[in-house]
Design a binder for this molecule. Structure first.
Ligand SMILES: [Ca+2]
Ligand SMILES: [Ca+2]
Length: 222
């Protein structure tokens, strides 16, 4: 009797160990199957990543470029306001001119390098020795960005002036900033005869998504 019981216990133990070994094998196989990607899964992931790259990168670059132009226009608008305030506070003409080196007015395209503002005490449109340069704005824009100031006759101009009353009579005009995307993304500021600055907007009806200069024409980029 005891011998039969022992044999049954041993058989039961062997079956139990076999069941245990069987479960362990299935778990190992499941672990092996879930341990990595199949080629198809990898290709799907790479495909999704590629689509995100194609769609996302240009959009991100556009956002960066838009922010850069908006930032420059905001800074310029603030500088024009400060120059005007200085002219009225000092009760003398102030000139704001493009400057490549931050110490002298330039005679060639340099708005993208920066500009300075000085109290033009003798009102001769020349930065003379002893005249105070109270504002230096350095700009470092890429080569494919242009910043141009044109007067009321649409001629390229190197500087503007605020009288002691704060107006820009005879020296008003508009600034336009462009990048490699051209006119559709250009931005600008109009400096009025009264000496205030406002953003250029698209004034056409229907709109053509290109901002207009004072007088009605669309902006043009170099
Ligand atoms: Ca002077
Ligand atoms: Ca327009």
């Amino acid at each position: 009797m005891w011998g039969i019981v022992n044999i049954n216990v041993q058989l039961a133990g062997q079956k139990s160990r076999r069941r245990g070994l069987g479960l362990g094998g299935r778990q190992r196989r499941m672990r092996q199957r879930s341990a990595g990607f199949t080629i198809v899964e990898l290709m799907v992931v790479l495909g999704i990543f590629g689509v995100l790259l194609v769609v996302g990168v240009p959009g991100f670059q556009n956002t960066l470029k838009n922010n850069r132009m908006a930032s420059e226009m905001s800074s310029l608008r603030s500088s024009l306001g400060n120059a005007r305030s200085e002219a009225m506070a000092r009760r003398m003409p102030v000139r704001l001119c493009e400057s490549a080196n931050g110490t002298a007015c330039s005679t060639s395209d340099a708005w993208t390098s920066g500009y300075i503002a000085y109290a033009d005490e003798d009102d001769d449109n020349v930065l003379d020795a002893g005249e105070d340069v109270f504002m230096v704005q350095r700009i470092d824009l890429p080569d494919d960005v242009s910043l141009v100031f044109r007067n009321a006759s649409n001629a390229v101009t190197r500087s503007t002036r605020f009288s002691s009353r704060g107006d820009s009579l005879g020296d008003f005009g508009h600034f336009v900033i462009c990048d490699d995307r051209g006119e559709t993304q250009a931005r600008g500021l109009a400096l009025t005869a009264a000496g205030s600055a406002r953003s250029l907007i698209d004034e056409d009806d229907p709109e053509d998504d290109i901002v207009n200069i004072p007088g009605g024409d669309d902006v043009s980029c170099p």
